[in-house]
Write a protein that binds this ligand. Structure first.
Ligand SMILES: Cc1cc2nc3c(=O)[nH]c(=O)nc-3n(C[C@H](O)[C@H](O)[C@H](O)COP(=O)(O)OP(=O)(O)OC[C@H]3O[C@@H](n4cnc5c(N)ncnc54)[C@H](O)[C@@H]3O)c2cc1C
Ligand code: FES
Length: 266
């Protein structure tokens, strides 16, 4: 495995909605071959500077890639939840950040199929917008379900790729359907040919339970999350024990983060 670390310049870094911010970085051409579901490690300083802590990397999915006059840019959609992400939100245009990537195995859509169902929970929407873009480009039918606790945490509909059918689900009913993403997943299982999900583990487990309940053999690819210290297979902080894994322990950062849901959850 070749690891690529670089210093990237912040092109823009804006607050988008709720706790969520969007940062665009100018990066090397290496990211041209990256795919949705892959991630990078961004080295963060301590926003509070209350104690001296080593600069650890934070894992972030690649939100999108764009080119501007020959320069390659990648987006990171992130929630400010702690020291590192607070530091990220304070970086202004032209600031330099250290990134390591692209890392991991991303989604593997079967472009010969027709209808694709994407389900994001909270900030789990981050890698799905780019995936939706790629699928729409191939003229595939795309429905994107985004679930969150309330309307403030739902991705702005106006920024979605055109031709994507969007279903918002909130636990408090403040936007879209009231409830959990398992309801539209159940409803759309028949329509979909392949599904992709990213969100908290219990959500991924619940989606797999629905899939099993209907004895559906259609593939559900999930992006797993874990606290990651290295991002490239050395520290074992992201170890999982898939139910159907033959090798026992697997690493989310290098074996994933994309896994077949039945492989992980049975
Ligand atoms: C492969 C991968 C891709 C990711 N992509 C994104 C993304 O695109 N956008 C985004 O906002 N976040 C993403 N995350 C989560 C992100 O890495 C963490 O939110 C971030 O490290 C928090 O750093 P912090 O210093 O701000 O928070 P900390 O101060 O370290 O923690 C603040 C709170 O967040 C919780 N937390 C921290 N890390 C994680 C984690 N990995 N999973 C669940 N809870 C965590 C802590 O338990 C604590 O409650 C991803 C994680 C992985 C493993
Ligand atoms: S994050 Fe270190 S081994 Fe996966």
């Amino acid at each position: 495995m070749t690891l690529h670390s670089e210093t990237a310049h912040v092109i823009e870094n804006i607050h988008l909605y709720g706790l969520t911010h969007l940062m665009w970085l100018e990066v090397s051409d290496l990211y041209e071959s990256a795919s949705p579901g892959q991630f990078l490690m961004i080295t963060c300083d301590d926003a509070e500077r209350s104690f001296s802590e080593p600069s650890l990397g934070r894992a972030m999915s690649i939100f999108g890639i764009r080119t501007d006059g020959g320069t390659q840019e990648i987006g990171i959609l992130y929630d400010v939840v702690g020291r590192g992400t607070r530091w990220m939100s304070q970086q202004e245009e032209n600031a330099e950040v250290r990134i390591l990537g692209p890392l991991g195995k991303g989604f593997a859509p079967n472009f010969n199929l027709r209808n694709m169902l994407l389900i994001g929970g909270g900030i789990g929407i981050a890698p799905l917008i780019w995936l939706a873009d790629r699928l729409v480009d191939r003229d595939l039918g795309v429905t994107l379900v985004h679930g969150a606790s309330d309307a403030d945490k739902i991705f702005p509909i106006s920024l979605l790729p055109s031709d994507v059918e969007f279903v918002a689900v909130t636990e408090d009913g403040s936007l879209g359907e009231k409830g959990l993403v398992t309801a539209p997943f159940e409803r759309l299982l028949d329509w979909s040919d392949q599904s992709f999900a990213c969100g908290p583990d219990p959500m991924l487990q619940a989606l797999n339970d629905v899939r099993k309940q209907y004895l559906v053999d259609k593939e559900l690819q999930v992006l797993m999350e874990a606290r990651m210290a290295c991002g490239f297979g050395v520290c074992y902080s992201c170890a999982v024990f898939p139910r159907k894994g033959k090798k026992g322990v697997e690493l989310i950062c290098t074996d994933g983060p994309m896994f077949d849901s039945s492989h992980v959850f049975g």
